[in-house]
Design a protein around this ligand. Structure first.
Ligand SMILES: Cc1cc2nc3c(=O)[nH]c(=O)nc-3n(C[C@H](O)[C@H](O)[C@H](O)COP(=O)(O)OP(=O)(O)OC[C@H]3O[C@@H](n4cnc5c(N)ncnc54)[C@H](O)[C@@H]3O)c2cc1C
Length: 404
């Protein structure tokens, strides 16, 4: 009976185990944490944005690094393949308007329970609280854990994740192991991170829908639309995370927010004039509150040095223009991007040039496989990352299942 060892019980290790198991082989899954899927539990704000319903081309457009490499694995187990797999095995899902897919219960805990059940059903040997500290190969693979137990395997799948959110267990151990086997590691960098600003805004966890961030870089400008959360000294939320992915490795010259990207300057001015005329006796803050939240109006008045107690009717033309300018072009001073501690995903990792894209096998070492975030593949937010990592895991698992 062939023995398969898998290091890491995150989504990719779990999917690899489930796909690799057949009645002729034995699959052992090692996890350093006491529980499986510690990071998976945190995904989608606890709701687990498990995949995205985008069609093929649009899906691949959201893969930022090595989208061509995952073409084959994604074709064999794409987003609809994953949704089918989940639904047919008892985990119902729902698709939100923007294409993001969640478990119907909106609980990532249910995804973990689902996978735990599947691992049990398939008689996969699960070793939690068992961290692998050494690995080498002669004819077989030898893995040693922190308690000094040694295990022997015919096949080894490394699914140890990247370096993002290291407190969940993905501390980069897999890179050391990959190097030991001769693989090159593309310098890992944190992406999908908060954007820190030098400003000290008087805003705390303020959420804005459908805004636009524009980033000026030395290599040109770009804009991202979406929902944003603004804090005193950092921006986060889908729009900021997505922007951060494009900002990595660029020199940032300027950063600004347009709170009304669907209105031109003149259209916004007309709307504000109507509000001012209708609410002439009210304070400026009160007259604008139907279109802007209070905290932002206060901040704009503070930044433009307009008296907060002024009545709408007392607003001068220049002051009105200053307010509109701030709403359409809220300039901020870029400080830095967030670190691995707050990164959703890692850019960089095992160089895919030495990995077979059909089954994720190493081109350097027979029967050694790398799956998931450890590979140099990253995507934008929206469920694309999990999907791509599930696809790589499925590719390795099914290949091993068919060959054992
Ligand atoms: C806050 C947050 C929210 C996210 N939300 C989403 C989302 O909604 N949708 C989405 O698509 N993506 C999301 N992501 C990204 C996604 O969760 C990860 O990309 C994904 O979990 C990577 O899967 P993985 O199995 O490759 O690695 P991981 O999930 O990191 O799992 C690797 C596992 O290997 C274990 N391990 C490491 N070394 C060893 C060792 N030596 N011995 C034994 N075990 C070891 C670790 O303990 C860990 O459990 C989010 C990430 C974060 C941090």
């Amino acid at each position: 009976m062939k023995k398969i060892g898998i290091i890491g019980a995150g989504p990719s290790g779990i999917m690899a185990a489930i796909s690799a198991k057949n009645e002729n082989n034995q699959v052992t899954l090692f996890e350093g944490n006491e529980i499986i899927g510690k990071k998976l539990l945190m995904t989608g704000g606890g709701r687990c944005n498990i995949t995205n319903a985008a069609y093929f081309d649009e899906f691949l457009d959201n893969v930022m690094t090595n989208s061509k490499f995952i073409y084959s694995a994604f074709t064999n187990f794409d987003n609809y393949g994953l949704i089918d797999f989940l639904n047919h095995n008892g985990l119902t899902t729902k698709i939100e308007d923007d294409g993001r897919v969640f478990p119907e219960s909106e609980k990532s805990r249910d995804v973990i329970d689902f996978f735990e059940k599947k691992l049990k059903e398939k008689s996969i040997i699960l070793k939690t609280g068992d961290r692998i500290t050494k690995a080498y190969k002669d004819k077989y693979f030898y893995l040693t854990d922190q308690k000094n137990n040694t295990y022997i395997f015919d096949y080894l799948i490394v699914a140890t994740g990247g370096r993002s959110y290291p407190r969940t267990g993905s501390d980069g151990y897999g890179y050391k192991l990959a190097r030991k086997f001769g693989h090159e590691i593309i310098d890992p960098k944190p992406v999908l991170v908060p954007i820190f600003i030098k400003d000290r805004l008087k805003l705390k966890a303020q959420s804005f829908k459908n805004i636009r961030i524009t980033i000026e870089t030395t290599k040109g400008n770009f804009s991202i639309d979406g929902d944003l959360m603004i804090n005193q000294n950092f921006l986060t939320g889908p729009c900021a995370l997505k922007a951060s992915s494009f900002m990595r490795d660029k020199t940032i010259k300027a950063l600004s927010i347009d709170f009304f990207p669907n209105l031109t300057y003149n259209e916004l001015e007309k709307e504000i004039l109507v509000l001012i005329n209708e609410n002439a006796k009210k304070s400026i803050e009160n007259s604008l509150k139907s279109i802007l939240n209070n905290a932002l109006i206060e901040e704009i008045l503070r930044l433009t040095k307009i008296d907060i107690n002024k009545k709408a009717s007392e607003l001068t033309k220049l002051e009105r223009k200053l307010i509109i300018e701030k709403i359409k072009n809220f300039n901020l001073m870029f400080d830095k991007l967030g670190s691995f501690e707050s990164a959703v995903v890692t850019r960089g990792g095992v160089d895919v040039k030495t990995i077979n894209p059909k089954n994720m096998e190493s081109k350097l070492v027979d029967r050694l496989f790398f799956v998931g975030e450890i590979l140099d593949i990253d995507s934008l937010t929206g469920g694309f990352n999990l999907q791509v990592y599930f696809s790589t895991a499925y590719a390795a698992g099914t290949f091993i299942k068919e060959n054992t």
